[in-house]
Write a protein that binds this ligand. Structure first.
Ligand code: GLY
Length: 379
């Protein structure tokens, strides 16, 4: 139990009232879409643009969170619509990548958990098998990307984001009682512990392994500022991802890893609470990423719930600071625009800087429901 202070409880209730009011309007406008971002305040639609895009599960996930909170049927209808749309990816097969976890956990696994729909279970199992099939035995890692989207040879590439895809494998083992999926997830997590987390608690974004022999070849800065820097969203994928691996396995080394990354992250939160794109970026331009704040908050709240009374406030207070800063300075609560969070950034070297990004909205919502004690845990 989190046992929030009274003023924090009042703040959570206020944010949920604002969320409910805004989402009630926005979901109707975006009923037939899978959004990634907004253009002039209006959601784009990945069904028309790129149905394999890794973020295509988050809108459905938001709908399940809202359905869980309100019971309003419209959220379930929209979630079903997005899940059906994703079938095109399963049929095409080519174009799918390790982010099948991000795509089918908040859609099909969510649907199955809430309604028991056997079709959703089938889709999620299909996705889990695709993810398991990307495992490289020599290196003990799950391959991230395919060579069709890049000119690089990515057979040996693993990225820290994959920690958030592992729960699809844990779910598949829990569901089938077949340990193979969880074994792959734990092997990948063990590899990530050694190869991604640095001694100071910061993490690499990309590690390249020799795909035939498994040795580490080199690291890349990926979506951060440069190799050796500290891309903040990558830190949060590790923070929350290791925490989720702990939740599913009970292995104390995963909790220790989540805490190590969390302590590094908390020590680097600027006084104003605004999270940069990279903790080691130049001071100017003052690039920021609100999505990292929202994801970090989710992980910190989960850690707070797992540790003892005497240490939980360290994590809970950091999460509250991040979320209150986002609410006060980066949320658009008007019903005229489709997005919740502004100030999201796809990557340091990317044109999508300081924009709205759907996973920022999703994780902000998830964090607030966790604080209320009404989280539909989808990981
Ligand atoms: N998983 C890719 C990203 O965080 O941008």
């Amino acid at each position: 139990m989190l046992n929030l202070q009274n003023d924090d409880r009042i703040w959570v209730d206020d944010v949920i009232a604002k969320l409910t009011a805004k989402m009630g309007v926005v979901c109707e406008r975006s009923r037939n879409k899978i959004p990634y971002t907004t253009r002039n305040g209006t959601h784009d639609n990945q069904i028309e643009k790129d149905i394999n895009w890794w973020t295509n599960g988050f809108w459905g996930g938001m709908m399940w969170l809202m359905y869980h909170e309100t019971g309003a049927q419209k959220y379930k209808e929209i979630a079903n619509y997005t899940e059906d749309a994703l079938d095109a990816c399963l049929h095409q097969f080519y174009g799918l990548h390790h982010d099948v976890g991000f795509m089918w956990l908040p859609t099909s696994v969510a649907n199955y958990k809430v309604t028991g729909n056997p079709e959703s279970r089938k889709r999620a199992m299909h996705a889990a098998n695709l993810l398991a099939g990307r495992f490289n035995l020599a290196g003990g890692f799950i391959r991230a990307w395919n060579d069709d989207t890049t000119s690089e040879d990515t057979r040996g590439w693993a990225i820290v984001d994959c920690m958030m895809n592992l729960p699809l494998l844990y779910w598949a083992s829990e569901e089938t009682k077949d340990p193979r999926y969880a074994q792959i997830a734990m092997k990948h997590a063990d590899t990530a512990l050694d190869a991604f987390i640095r001694p100071d608690g910061s993490v690499n974004h990309i590690v390249e392994f020799d795909p035939f022999h498994g040795d580490v070849v080199r690291t890349y800065g990926g979506q951060g500022y440069e190799d050796g820097s500290s891309w903040t969203r990558g830190q949060t994928w590790a923070l929350y991802g290791f925490m989720i691996s702990y939740t599913h396995t009970g292995k104390p080394e995963y909790l220790q890893a989540a805490k190590r990354v969390a302590h590094y992250f908390m020590a680097n939160i600027p006084d104003n609470g605004i999270i940069p794109i990279d903790f080691r970026q130049p001071k100017e331009p003052a690039y920021e990423d609100s999505t990292a704040a929202a994801i970090a908050a989710c992980g910190l709240i989960e850690i707070a719930q797992a540790v003892g009374e005497y240490e939980k406030d360290v994590y809970l207070n950091a999460a509250l600071k991040l979320l209150k800063t986002v609410d006060a300075s980066r949320c658009d609560w008007t019903t005229g625009s489709d997005h919740l969070l502004m100030g999201g950034s796809a990557a340091y070297h990317h044109q999508d800087i300081h924009v709205s990004i759907i996973y920022g909205d999703y994780y902000f919502m998830e964090a607030v429901f966790k604080l209320k004690g009404n989280d539909l845990f989808l990981w």
